[in-house]
Design a protein around this ligand. Structure first.
Ligand code: ADP
Length: 889
C-alpha cells in the first residue's frame, strides 16, 4: 500500500487526463449527452458561478479522495516514526535492563569476596565426599549473607545458593517463600557453569529467571565454593530494572522468541504471561529485541516493549486534525483564487465575445445574442463552432466563386483572343512567338503551330521593318506604364505568301510573375487605306462639280467653295473664309435653327440660281448646293407664253361658238337705239313733240349705246390677246360676269343658271381672264351635258364660298347624265372627249391654269344624277414672294 500511495499524484493525473481525453469527451454518447442535457443547462449558468460550483465540487472530490489517502499516509508516517521511537525507547529500556542486571553481577562478586562467606567456606558444616543432602534455609538469613539492606536497590533474589568446591549444591537460602525450581535443583551443576562468568537468562519451570554465580576464593585460583543468585524475572524485576524511567502505559515483557509467547511482563494484570504476542499487536506497538550477549543461554529469549497504540492513535489524530484544518483553509483560498481567476477570465471573455459579436455582425451580417449573464465559455465555443462552419462555408463559396471566376476569365480571354478583330501575337522578350490568335492566322496565312517559337520580325514583318520593330520592342520593355499601349505605329507586314500589307502595330508589356511577355496587336489597315483613297477621290466630287457647292458655318463664314461657285462669291463679294452678306447669313442661320432645307433663288445679272441649303445641325454648318436655273426659268417663261396662246386660241374658239348669242345680245341694244332714234325723228318731223319726250328717247339711245359698247368691250376683252397679269379680284364678281356671257345661250336652252354666291366678298389674286376661261369651260360643259336630259330636268348651279383657312372654292353643279366612271381618270387628259365636235382641251387647259394658281380642280359625278366640278384657290397669292427672290444683295 505505501508504494501505491506514493504514486497517487501520477494516478490522479492519469485519471484527469482520461477524463479530458478528447475521445471520451467527443465520443458519440458524450456528444449527445452534452448536446441534450449538459449544454443547455450549462449555457444558462454564468461562468463565475459555474467556476465556484466546479471549484467547490472539485475541492470536495479532492477532499474525499485525498483525506483517507492523506490520513493513511500520515498514520503510516507516524507509525514509522513511532516505531523508530519505540525502538529507541525499547533499546534504552533494554540498556537499562542490562545495566540493572549487571548490578547483580557486581553484587554477586561482592558477596563472593566478603569475609563471612570466605570464613564460612573455610570451615564448612558439610563433609566432602559425603552427600549429606541439601540444607534449605528459610526465613532467617544465614551467616554467610550480609544484612538484608545489602540488596537495596536491587530486587531481592528469590534464592541464594551455596555450592561447595566440588560444585555440589549445599545450601539454599529461600529469600521469598518459594520452592527452588526443580530444573535448577536437578541440573545445578550445569547452570552453575553457565552463569559462572556473567548473568544467565533462562526459564526454569517455564518461568524466566536470571542467574549469576561466582566462585568464592580463599586465595586467587583456589575455590572454596561457589555462590549463585537466582532472580525471577517478573513484574517487580522488570519495573525495577527501569529504575523509575518506565513510561506509563508502556509494558515491558520477556518473550520466548521461538513461540512468541510472553514469559513475564511488567504489568501482568494487563499483558499476562503465557499469552501469545500476536494478540497484543492491535493494542500495542511491540518492539522486540534480543538480549545482549548472554552466551550459553540455552533459551532464545527476547526483550519486548509494548507501547500502547491508543496513545499513538491519539497523537496521530491530533496531527491529522491540525493538518485538515490547514488543508481546509488552503482549499478555501484555492477556490476563492480559482473563482476570481475564472471571474477575470469570464470578464475578458465577455469583452472578447462582445468584440466577436460586433465583428461577426460586421463581417458576416450575423448577430450574436449577448453573452453576459450566461456561460460565456460554452457560448463562445458554440459561437466558434458556428463561426468555423460559416467561415468554412464562405471559404468553400469563395473558392468555388474564385474557380468559376477563373473559368469565366479564361473563357473570356479565349473569346477575346479568338474573336478579336485585331491580330494578337504574344511574344517573349526575345521576340519569339508564344501565341497566335485565329485572326492572325487568317490575316497572315500562317498556322499557329507553324509560327510558335519563331521570331516575330522574321516571320510577320517586311525585311525593312525589322530594325524599327526591334527598337519598338526595346522601348516598350522600358516604358513606365506597362498597361499602356506604348506604341501605335504603321508598319509593313508580311503574309505567308510573301505579299505585304500596311498594318497598325502596337506593343503592350505584360509583366507576369515569372517573366515579362508582350502582346503585339496588329491591325490590317489595307482596307482602311482603300477607303481613305476612295474618300479622297470622293472629296474631289465637290470640286469637280460644275454646279456651285459651298459650306457655310453657323456664323455665316464660307468654309468651302468649289470652282463653280465663283460667280456666286463674286456676286456676294466674298471669299472662302469670309462672311456672307447679311441677308444670306440670316437664311443660313434659319435653316440651321429649324433643321429644314430651304431652296431660295438668286438672280445675279442674267443668271438665275437655285440654292439648296442643307443644314448639318450636329456639326453646325450648312451645305449649299447651287443650281443654275436660268435655262429652266427661260423654258418656263416660254411654256407660260405658249399656254397663254393656247388659252387665247381656246377662247377664240369659245367666242366663235358663242358668236351667235353675242350677236343677238348686241342686236338688242342696237334695235332699241334704232327704235328710239326713228321714234324721235318721227316726232321731230311731225313737229308735235315736246322736248322732254325727245330727251327721254335720246337718253335711252345713249343708255342702249353704252350697253352695246359694254358688250363690245367685254367681247374685246375676251378676244384681245393680253399678257398674263394677276390682279386682286372678287370671285363673286367674276362668277357674275361669266354668267352674263352665257345667259343668252342658256336661256335658249331653257336653262336657268342659279347663282349661289357667298355673301361676303372672296378676294383672290388671279389672272382674271384665265379664271373666267376656266369657269366658262365648266359652265359650257354643264350646258352640253344638260342638253341630254329633258328640259324640265335641267338645272345648273354656280356656287362660291370660303373654304377653310385661306382658301376659296367655286363649284359648278349640273343635273346632267353624269360621267361614266371609266372616264373619270381621263377627264383632264388632253384630247379626251366624248363629244363629236369636241376638242378635249377644255379641262386640260383649265387644270393647267388652276395648277398655275396653286389651286386644285376636281370632279365628282353620279351617273344619271349629275356632275359637280370644284375649283379651290388660295385667297392670297404673292406669286413673287413665294417663288422667286429678286436679287437683293
Ligand atoms: P370637250 O368639251 O371639248 O369635250 P372638255 O375637256 O371640256 O372637252 O371635256 C371633256 C369631256 O368631259 C367631255 O367630252 C365630256 O364627256 C366630259 N364632261 C365635261 N364636263 C361634263 C359635264 N358637266 N357632264 C358630263 N360630262 C362632262
Amino acid at each position: 500500500a505505501p508504494h501505491t500511495i506514493k504514486h497517487w499524484p501520477s494516478l490522479a493525473y492519469a485519471v484527469i487526463i482520461a477524463a479530458v481525453d478528447q475521445r471520451l469527451l467527443y465520443s458519440e454518447n458524450m456528444w449527445s449527452l452534452r448536446k441534450t442535457i449538459l449544454y443547455p443547462a450549462l449555457r444558462a449558468v454564468p461562468m463565475p458561478l459555474l467556476a465556484m460550483a466546479v471549484g467547490l465540487f472539485a475541492g470536495l472530490a479532492v477532499w474525499l479522495v485525498m483525506d483517507p489517502i492523506q490520513s493513511m499516509a500520515l498514520r503510516d508516517i507516524f507509525q514509522e516514526e513511532l516505531r523508530a521511537r519505540a525502538e529507541m525507547h525499547s533499546h534504552e529500556d533494554l540498556i537499562r535492563f542490562e545495566h540493572y542486571v549487571e548490578h547483580y553481577d557486581s553484587t554477586t562478586q561482592l558477596l563472593a569476596h566478603q569475609r563471612h562467606m570466605i570464613d564460612y567456606l573455610m570451615f564448612p558444616p558439610w563433609e566432602y565426599g559425603n552427600d549429606q543432602g541439601l540444607l534449605v534455609i528459610q526465613g532467617e538469613k544465614p551467616d554467610w549473607l550480609p544484612a538484608a539492606s545489602f540488596w537495596t536497590p536491587l530486587v531481592r533474589p528469590s534464592h541464594v545458593i551455596l555450592f561447595d568446591s566440588e560444585r555440589r549444591m549445599r545450601e539454599i537460602f529461600e529469600a521469598v517463600n518459594a520452592q527452588i525450581p526443580d530444573e535448577l535443583r536437578e541440573q545445578a551443576d550445569l547452570f552453575l557453569g553457565e552463569s559462572a562468568l556473567q548473568g544467565y537468562l533462562t526459564t526454569l519451570d517455564e518461568r524466566p529467571f536470571f542467574m549469576v554465580s561466582r566462585p568464592v576464593d580463599e586465595v586467587p585460583g583456589r575455590h572454596l565454593g561457589y555462590i549463585m543468585l537466582l532472580v525471577p524475572i517478573d513484574e517487580r524485576f522488570l519495573r525495577a530494572s527501569q529504575e523509575g524511567a518506565l513510561k506509563s502505559g508502556t509494558v515491558l515483557a520477556v518473550l520466548d522468541a521461538d513461540e512468541q509467547r510472553i514469559l513475564a511482563s511488567s504489568q501482568p494484570e494487563v499483558v499476562f504471561a503465557g499469552s501469545l504476542v500476536d494478540i497484543w499487536r492491535d493494542a500495542y506497538l511491540i518492539t522486540a529485541q534480543s538480549f545482549f550477549d548472554y552466551d550459553g543461554s540455552d533459551l532464545n529469549m527476547q526483550f519486548a516493549s509494548f507501547t500502547p497504540s491508543s496513545e499513538v492513535m491519539a497523537t496521530n489524530q491530533r496531527v491529522l486534525q491540525l493538518e485538515r484544518r490547514q488543508r481546509l483553509v488552503a482549499a478555501a483560498v484555492f477556490i476563492a483564487v480559482f473563482t476570481l481567476v475564472i471571474f477575470v477570465v469570464s470578464a475578458r471573455l465577455n469583452m472578447v465575445a462582445r468584440r466577436l459579436s460586433r465583428f461577426t455582425q460586421r463581417a458576416l451580417g450575423y448577430a450574436e445574442p449577448t453573452f453576459s449573464g450566461r456561460n460565456q465559455l460554452i457560448l463562445l465555443e458554440d459561437w466558434i463552432n458556428r463561426f468555423t462552419r460559416m467561415v468554412l462555408v464562405s471559404r468553400d463559396e469563395m473558392s468555388s466563386r474564385h474557380e468559376s471566376e477563373m473559368h469565366d476569365k479564361e473563357a473570356l480571354r479565349t473569346a477575346v483572343m479568338e474573336n478579336a478583330r485585331d491580330c494578337i501575337v504574344t511574344i517573349d522578350s526575345k521576340g519569339k512567338i508564344i501565341d497566335f490568335n485565329p485572326t492572325a492566322e487568317r490575316t497572315f496565312g500562317h498556322l499557329r503551330d507553324q509560327v510558335t517559337g519563331r521570331e516575330v520580325y522574321k516571320v510577320l514583318l517586311a525585311r525593312s521593318e525589322i530594325d524599327r520593330f526591334r527598337s519598338m520592342l526595346e522601348y516598350s520593355s522600358h516604358g513606365s506604364d506597362p498597361q499602356q499601349f506604348d506604341l501605335a505605329d504603321e508598319i509593313t507586314a508580311l503574309r505567308a505568301d510573301g505579299s505585304e500589307f500596311p498594318a497598325e502595330l502596337s506593343i503592350m508589356r505584360v509583366p507576369l510573375a515569372s517573366r515579362t511577355v508582350f502582346t503585339v496587336w496588329l491591325h490590317d489597315i489595307s482596307k482602311r487605306r482603300r477607303v481613305e483613297q476612295e474618300m479622297e477621290s470622293l472629296a474631289k466630287f465637290a470640286s469637280e462639280s460644275p454646279s456651285p457647292i459651298l459650306r457655310v458655318n453657323d456664323r455665316g463664314v464660307v468654309l468651302y467653295a468649289n470652282l463653280a461657285s465663283r460667280p456666286l462669291l463674286a456676286y456676294w463679294d466674298c471669299e472662302p473664309g469670309q462672311t456672307l452678306p447679311h441677308f444670306w447669313r440670316i437664311l443660313v442661320l434659319a435653316a440651321l435653327e429649324h433643321e429644314r432645307q430651304e431652296e431660295p433663288e438668286m438672280v445675279s445679272g442674267e443668271r438665275v440660281y437655285s440654292l439648296l441649303l442643307a443644314p448639318v445641325a450636329s456639326l453646325g454648318y450648312v451645305n449649299i448646293y447651287g443650281r443654275d436655273i436660268t435655262e429652266v426659268r427661260h423654258a418656263e417663261q416660254q411654256a407660260r407664253q405658249h399656254q397663254a396662246e393656247l388659252v387665247h386660241v381656246c377662247r377664240l374658239s369659245t367666242m366663235g361658238e358663242m358668236s351667235t348669242g353675242m350677236a343677238h345680245e348686241l342686236n338688242q341694244p342696237l334695235s332699241a337705239i334704232v327704235n328710239f332714234a326713228k321714234g324721235s325723228m318721227r316726232r321731230l318731223r311731225s313737229g308735235s313733240y315736246d322736248e322732254k319726250t325727245i330727251l327721254d328717247a335720246l337718253e335711252q339711245v345713249a343708255n342702249q349705246a353704252e350697253r352695246a359698247g359694254e358688250i363690245i368691250r367685254r367681247l374685246r376683252n375676251l378676244v384681245t390677246r393680253q399678257p398674263p397679269v394677276r390682279s386682286e379680284v372678287d370671285l363673286n364678281g367674276l362668277a357674275r360676269e361669266v354668267c352674263s356671257f352665257v345667259e343668252y345661250e342658256a336661256r335658249k336652252l331653257g336653262i336657268e343658271i342659279e347663282l349661289r354666291l357667298s355673301p361676303e366678298a372672296l378676294p383672290v389674286r388671279v389672272d382674271l381672264v384665265q379664271i373666267e376661261q376656266v369657269l366658262l369651260n365648266l359652265i359650257r360643259n354643264a350646258m352640253d351635258a344638260l342638253q341630254e336630259v329633258p328640259a324640265s330636268d335641267r338645272s345648273l348651279v354656280v356656287r362660291t364660298s370660303a373654304y377653310g383657312e385661306g382658301q376659296v372654292q367655286m363649284s359648278v353643279y349640273d343635273s346632267g347624265p353624269g360621267i361614266n366612271p371609266e372616264h373619270m381618270a381621263n377627264l383632264f387628259n388632253p384630247f379626251f372627249t366624248t363629244k363629236s365636235t369636241g376638242m378635249g382641251m377644255g379641262l386640260p387647259i383649265s387644270k393647267t391654269i388652276i395648277d398655275d394658281h396653286q389651286g386644285t380642280i376636281s370632279a365628282r359625278s353620279t351617273p344619271d344624277k349629275g356632275t359637280a366640278f370644284t375649283v379651290i384657290l388660295p385667297t392670297y397669292l404673292d406669286v413673287l414672294g413665294a417663288n422667286s427672290i429678286a436679287g437683293t444683295g
